[in-house]
Design a binder for this molecule. Structure first.
Ligand SMILES: [Ca+2]
Ligand SMILES: [Ca+2]
Ligand SMILES: [Ca+2]
Ligand SMILES: [Ca+2]
Length: 395
């Protein structure tokens, strides 16, 4: 969630056509125990065995759970590592440059972030914590100063600002530097918004009903922000190229508005007026991925009050079809996208804040015509042969 850089989101190559119906449906969930009040989930290959594992920040647990993929999209029991009080967000990235993925956890009550370095096998060293602003609530990971290591940007809810923590090159971090954002800064996304090859920041401000855009001066310092109006109580922002032209666009989940705002980049880091789309009740998180394999990015929104996720498929050009909703668990609060079962489409993992688990929803292709078993667009004798070929007791 929250616009993590490509470290945790796997965007697959795409095909020109979709065979036999619409992929990007998620009819079934399987839940896995995670921890006490999961609030954030991130995806990455944590143990280096080429499948995607899960990291879950647990608010009441003050810890982070790691769930290893059994290589088939099922997950082992969680292994829990201590973080700080109010663990509300987690992101993954190779912070110390040793080619494995490390964890950063945001601790809202502790006013810090926990960095947990990977031992190389998907186990993690004890946390090292770094101070942030007041009530940190979201983290983005990316190389902000262009020195080839991954830095951190943290949105501070009560601070009304964003903290930038530059990497010392070894997975330790310099003291944070504060930049003003807006009232109730609660989510940060990263991306090169103005096309000058450095990473900029987008911060949602829940009490101002807007998003602040902070452009990078090229050295990991940031200029004064500009703002863009969005919906009521923006609570999550994600960054990606939604319309396929130059310039990264924004998607914002509006908690009170029960909507997602799409802001298309004018190409220079300024944005066109929002277009809003309805989602479920009380959205808490928006993220992006090419779910239906048609070469553009779709939206996934986790809805707290309706215990589900909304999937909005991109119709091309950054306009979106009406949501389809899929059941998750109680108080769905965070969603992450990745190919969890290795079948080359993107699946969903959802953290459920009022239960102690995560939901995994595998991507399914819904047939346009169920009787067209061989997918050639016609129901005919060849489909009957498909049935005869499978004659006998079902497994
Ligand atoms: Ca793995
Ligand atoms: Ca590492
Ligand atoms: Ca850096
Ligand atoms: Ca830039």
């Amino acid at each position: 969630m929250r616009g993590r850089m490509g470290v945790s989101v796997l965007i697959l190559g795409c095909a020109a056509t979709i065979a036999n119906g619409q992929c990007g449906t998620f009819p079934d969930q399987v839940s896995y125990s995670a921890g006490a009040s999961p609030h954030s989930v991130a995806v990455g290959d944590l143990d280096g065995d080429l499948d995607l594992d899960l990291a879950v920040a647990n608010w009441d647990g003050a810890n982070v759970s790691v769930l290893m993929n059994n290589s088939d999209g099922t997950f082992a029991a969680p292994v829990i590592y201590a973080a700080g009080t109010g663990s509300t967000a987690v992101a993954v990235g190779d912070l110390d440059g040793d080619l494995d993925l490390d964890l950063v956890v945001v601790n809202v009550y502790a006013n810090n972030v926990s960095v947990l370095l990977n031992n190389g096998d998907g186990t993690f060293a004890a946390q090292v914590s770094y101070g942030t602003g007041d009530a940190p609530s979201s983290v983005g990971v990316g190389d902000l100063d262009g020195d080839l290591d991954l830095d951190l940007a943290v949105a501070n809810f009560f601070g009304n600002n964003v903290s930038v923590l530059l990497n010392n090159g070894d997975g330790t971090f310099a003291a944070h530097v504060i930049y003003d954002a807006g009232d109730g800064s609660n989510s940060v996304g990263m991306g090169d918004l103005d096309g000058d090859l450095d990473l900029d920041l987008a911060v949602s401000n829940i009490n101002d009903n807007n998003v602040s855009v902070l452009l990078n001066n090229g050295d990991g310092t940031f200029a004064d922000h500009a703002t863009c109006g969005v919906g009521l109580q923006p609570i999550s922002v994600a960054v990606g190229n939604l319309d396929g032209d130059l310039g990264l666009d924004l998607a914002v989940a509006n908690h009170q508005g029960d909507s997602v705002s799409v802001l298309l980049n004018n190409g220079d880091g300024t944005f066109a007026d929002q277009v809003t789309y309805g989602v479920g009740d009380g959205p808490r998180c928006v993220t992006m991925g090419n779910l239906d394999d048609d070469c553009d990015l779709d939206l996934v929104v986790a809805n707290w009050n309706t215990n589900n996720v909304s999937v909005l498929l991109n119709q091309g050009g950054g306009t979106f079809a009406a949501q389809a909703s899929y059941a998750a668990g109680a108080c769905a609060v965070s969603a992450a996208v990745g190919d969890l079962d290795g079948d080359l489409d993107l699946d969903l993992a959802v953290a459920n804040g009022c239960s102690s688990n995560v939901s995994v929803l595998m991507n399914k292709c819904a047939p346009e015509c169920p009787a067209d078993l061989n997918g050639d667009g016609t129901v005919d004798i060849d489909d009957l042969f498909e049935v005869l070929a499978q004659w006998g007791p079902c497994e």
